[in-house]
Design a protein around this ligand. Sequence first.
Ligand SMILES: [Zn+2]
Length: 240
Amino acid sequence: MTRRFKPYTIEEFESLIDKLSIKRKINHIQIHHTWKPRKSDYKGESTILGMWRYHTETKKWQDIAQHFSPAPDGLLWDGRSLELDPAGITNHNKGGIMFEMIGDFDIGQEQLEGKQLYAITRAVAVLLKKFNLGYDAIVFHREYAPKTCPGTGINKEWFIETVKRSGVKMSNERDINGVPDWAAKDWEEAVANGYFDGTRPGDNVTRAELACVVNKIRRNFKPLIEQNKKNIDELATKIK
Ligand SMILES: [Zn+2]
């Protein structure tokens, strides 16, 4: 029996995922390293075939365990059908998409860097966006098993930060230039009255910007209060 695997550049991966429609409900993304083969053992498709043989012949699994194998050259090799759960983490595969990064990323061994780091972190970001998942959907194998996988050299916070900086805009991120319908009238009124300059309605407010708004309100209220005080004083005179 023979099997072929197809390599995707990160750009090809993005258009694959963009067109993808799958019935299975995706709820997490698994991150693994091969440990063996190492980065230095990588020889293209034959390396993926070696894993496939091990998984199907020795482990007796129905196909290669992972959905994608990010390689040191930045290619993402395909794997089992995306309609199938992976064989990545015992009792924790339902709804997963599995990445098996080629390399041994334990401290003192190999480094996750360059094209491979860019491909895995950008691919994860693309999938989070596609399936509307938060960063908490990123799962490291070691969180569910007494293993170091995907390697003690990979800090999870650092990995998530790198996914965030991969340049994929999340669909749940606010568009700072848009005004939500419920706030449209208030925004228009606040701009017309000079409290805001009309730009970036969805952006955060800094302390300096808030100081300007507070002072504008204060300057508008002062004459009102003074006028009221005059009215009250006049009323007090009348009552006497
Ligand atoms: Zn693993």
